[in-house]
Each structure stands twice: as structure tokens, then as C-alpha cells.
Design a protein around this ligand. Sequence first.
Ligand SMILES: NC(=O)C1=CN([C@@H]2O[C@H](COP(=O)(O)OP(=O)(O)OC[C@H]3O[C@@H](n4cnc5c(N)ncnc54)[C@H](OP(=O)(O)O)[C@@H]3O)[C@@H](O)[C@H]2O)C=CC1
Ligand SMILES: O=C(O)C1=N[C@H](C(=O)O)C[C@H](O)C1
Length: 215
Amino acid sequence: MKYGIIGYSGRMGQAIEELFSEAGHQLVYQKDEAGEKELEKPEVIIDFSLKEAFAETVKVIEQKQVALVIGTTGLDQDDFAELKRLAEEVPVIQSFNFSIGINILSELINKVNQYVDQDWDIEISETHHRFKKDKPSGTAIMLGDLIDRDELEMHSKRLGSEFGEHEVDFASTGEVLTLKHRAYSREAFTRGVLISAEAALDLDAGFYTFKDILN
Ligand SMILES: NC(=O)C1=CN([C@@H]2O[C@H](COP(=O)(O)OP(=O)(O)OC[C@H]3O[C@@H](n4cnc5c(N)ncnc54)[C@H](OP(=O)(O)O)[C@@H]3O)[C@@H](O)[C@H]2O)C=CC1
Ligand SMILES: O=C(O)C1=N[C@H](C(=O)O)C[C@H](O)C1
């Protein structure tokens, strides 16, 4: 597969290139703040940049008309409307967390919702590396949206080189249930990105989440 990376020089961009190279795929397009390089047209573009780069990403996809796999967080509703517009023309696969474990955890939350009523306290905590610019994480926001509460306490820590830990605590006056996921390598995410990028080649235009691809 001939692919491109927007956010090439970043922590995720570099991790994606490493795994995709091992998988035998060819990097033909790269973009970061230093500019862009293109050897030939990619079949799919992977975006792990930043919210402030999103408008440029939209322009690149509009121009190249290729599939987009996007993991960038901090996107707002207007950004999602743009993604849905792009998805009228090309496959768009979006996820705030491309790890298998977080997708399992989100399924478990749907199960917990059946039993946990308003008498339970629910709080979400997330820990990431000191360089992470957005807070709370996109994953924490996504997990919170799965829980039927108007307001949820969110806690964020920015510590050292942590790759990403998320904890959801459900507590009544008699017990506590904790759902927790911890990534100890960016491979937790890049493997899901690889699955998604390879799947994108066979998809019709449309908007997909990583959960759609796993199912
Ligand atoms: N969905 C998921 O599974 C995961 C999502 N993420 C998300 O991915 C994103 C990137 O994370 P991470 O790699 O750690 O971040 P980094 O800060 O390490 O990398 C960001 C990248 O975006 C580039 N960039 C920033 N602004 C622009 C711009 N205006 N135009 C082009 N490129 C730009 C940077 O280029 P330069 O270096 O030149 O400034 C850099 O290559 C974050 O939103 C993070 O939350 C992270 C891990 C997993
Ligand atoms: O910035 C990161 O590193 C990560 N960001 C994503 C998020 O904001 O949820 C996903 C993962 O936790 C790593």
C-alpha cells in the first residue's frame, strides 16, 4: 500500500512509519509544519497532527480524493461536519483511540450503563505524557459521552512519557467498579491504524469509526 502521513515528524507519525515499514507498506507522502513531500499519489492518508492543522488536512483530502484515517484529537463539532462532508467523496475512518483495549472498554461501559443508576458516583481519569497539548484526552471525552450523565468529573495528569492510561470508576455506597486501560507502547494505537488503513482500500465512501472496522 502507498500511504501518506500528515503529522509525519510527530510521535505518532514516526511510530506509524516504523510499523508500516515493517508491514511492507511504502510511504509516498508526508506533511508536517516544515512542509510536504510527495513521491507519488498515496492510496490512503493518515492524519495524526493537531487540531490547528485540521483545515489543511481537509484541503489535502479534497485535492487528492483519497481515503483518510484520522486519529487527531481536540476536534470540535464543526470539524466533524467537515469530516462527514469529506466522507461523501472518500472513506473516512476516525477514532480518538485506535487501541483494541479502549474499544473493548467502551463496550463494557455500554454494559455497565444497564445496571448503574443515578445513585452511583462516576469519575473518569486520564494520564498522558508531559507533551500532550489537549486536556482532557479525546478518549476521556469519548468515554464520558458513552455515560448517561449531564456532568462527569474528569481528571487529567501529564506525567513523563506515559503513553495513555484511562480509568472509569463507578461507585455506590457499598462497592466500586473500575474499568482501566493502559497503553505501554504507541504500538497499542499504530496496530489499529494499520488495520484501518488496510481496510480503507476496500471501503466505499463514507464515515466509519474504528469500531465499525473491528466489527
Ligand atoms: N486516535 C489515537 O489512537 C491517538 C491519537 N493521538 C492524537 O494524535 C495527535 C498527534 O499526537 P502526537 O503525535 O503525540 O503529537 P506531536 O505533537 O508529537 O505531533 C504533531 C504533528 O503534527 C504536526 N503539525 C502540527 N501543526 C501542523 C500544521 N499546521 N501543519 C502540518 N503539520 C502540523 C507536527 O509537525 P511539526 O513537528 O513540524 O510541528 C507533528 O508532526 C494528537 O491529537 C493526539 O491526541 C495520539 C495517539 C493515539
Ligand atoms: O496524545 C496521545 O498520546 C494520545 N491521545 C489520544 C487521546 O487524546 O485520547 C489517544 C491516546 O490516549 C494517546
